[in-house]
Design a binder for this molecule. Structure first.
Ligand code: GN1
Ligand code: MG
Length: 372
């Protein structure tokens, strides 16, 4: 995949930023978009930073709709933050408009770019060192969902159709096996068998949602730990970022994906799968933080399905990595040849461990819920 770089002339041309350009650095967090922090130096205010992001239009095929979603959600959150007496410059991702009032610009190479405020005095986290951080992440995601409870859901575009439709993801996976574009099927037989043994899991939450038992909500859909900015002084989760996949969804998608990433004892791409497991203490920490902020708005079935959602979202993610591996690594950014396969194996190892620990996860969830 081609490395993305930006041209500072494009920023001069498209934005009215005060001060003088003073350099940039790269943020290597995401698997999809490319992110840079650019610094501007002002005589009066010192350094002011902005977040410049290249939008991957192979993944987000309708960038105008994507940006409509993001600005609507961000405006809604901004109002809520102000009502709560907060500071939207620190607690919200604000799209900075171009000189023409647009939410993004297109450069000479037809690439799409957007600019955000930089959240000052904050940090992101790739792994949990202190469980308190995970508790704070859970509170932030729960709070995010509550703030969007009265957002007009029907106005949202589906930025990536069927994003967490695991049955559809499974169909895609089967097609990729059929096509076998770069002859990798023969190398991943155990992973393919693993997935087929769990095919029935794919439709469980969808069936409950179809029967109206699980409500459709405005959800984030990409609740990785590194999508929360934490305050350097208090360690509170001050701002949820990466609003690209905010769409109608199930609360369980957000809960499950947080556990997948944050409660794993290893990195998402750990090569030694013996290091991969579900940390039950971290699971309990997250359940406590999430229920403390969003618990009252969830129905009993949502609570009951929390443990299963951790398994399902981990399975789905593993399936997506495996599918991309079979497709020749065209979706997720990869750093080396087998990167997607390594990621798939960690996800599947975590699924297996979650299966073993399911009774404890159920017990923890019910206990924390009763103590609410
Ligand atoms: C992608 O780009 P990033 O890291 O925020 C992906 C998520 C996956 C995640 C796996 C739009 O998120 O769905 O869960 O990688 N985002 C998209 O780490 O596909
Ligand atoms: Mg993302």
């Amino acid at each position: 995949m081609q490395k993305i770089t930006f041209d500072i002339e494009d920023i001069y041309e498209n934005y009215d930023l005060s001060g003088e350009y003073a350099g940039y650095y790269v943020i290597n967090n995401g698997h999809i978009n490319s992110t840079f922090v650019i610094d501007y130096k002002d005589e009066k205010d010192g350094i002011k930073s902005y977040v410049l992001q290249h939008i991957n239009t192979h993944v987000f095929k309708k960038p105008d709709q994507l940006m409509e979603n993001i600005t609507a959600v961000s405006d809604h959150l901004r109002k809520k933050i102000l009502e709560e007496g907060g500071d939207p410059e620190r607690e919200n991702l604000n799209v900075i408009k171009t000189k023409n009032g647009a939410t993004f610009f297109i450069d000479a190479q037809e690439r799409h770019w957007r600019l955000y405020n930089y959240i000052s005095d904050s940090y992101t986290c790739q792994r949990i060192e202190d469980p308190k951080t995970f508790y704070n992440a859970a509170k932030a995601f729960g709070h995010f969902q509550c703030r969007l409870a009265d957002f007009p859901i029907q106005t949202l575009h589906e930025t990536i159709p069927n994003f967490h439709h695991t049955v559809w993801r499974f169909e895609n996976f089967k097609e990729s096996i059929e096509k076998d574009v770069i002859n990798r099927v023969k190398t991943v037989k155990p992973e393919i068998d693993f997935a087929f043994k769990r095919e029935e899991d794919a439709g469980v939450l969808l069936a409950l949602a179809d029967r109206g038992q699980l409500p459709l909500r405005v959800t984030h859909n990409d609740t990785k730990l590194n999508n929360v900015m934490f305050d350097v002084h208090t360690d509170e989760g001050i701002c949820v970022i990466d609003l690209d996949t905010v769409m109608p969804g199930l609360s369980l998608y957000d809960f499950g994906d947080s556990i997948r990433f944050g409660a794993n004892t290893a990195e998402e791409d750990e090569k030694d799968i013996s290091k991969v497991s579900l940390d039950l203490e971290l699971y309990e920490t997250y359940v406590s933080g999430y229920l403390a902020s969003a618990g009252k708005s969830l129905n009993e079935l949502e609570i009951e399905c929390l443990p299963f959602s951790a398994k399902l979202l981990t399975f789905e993610c593993g399936l997506r990595f495996l599918t991309d591996y079979l497709d020749g690594d065209v979706y997720f950014k990869t750093a080396y040849d087998d990167h997607n396969l390594v990621r798939c194996r960690t996800q599947f190892a975590l699924v297996e461990d979650i299966e073993k620990k399911m009774p404890q996860m159920v017990e923890i969830t019910q206990r924390v819920y009763k103590e609410l």
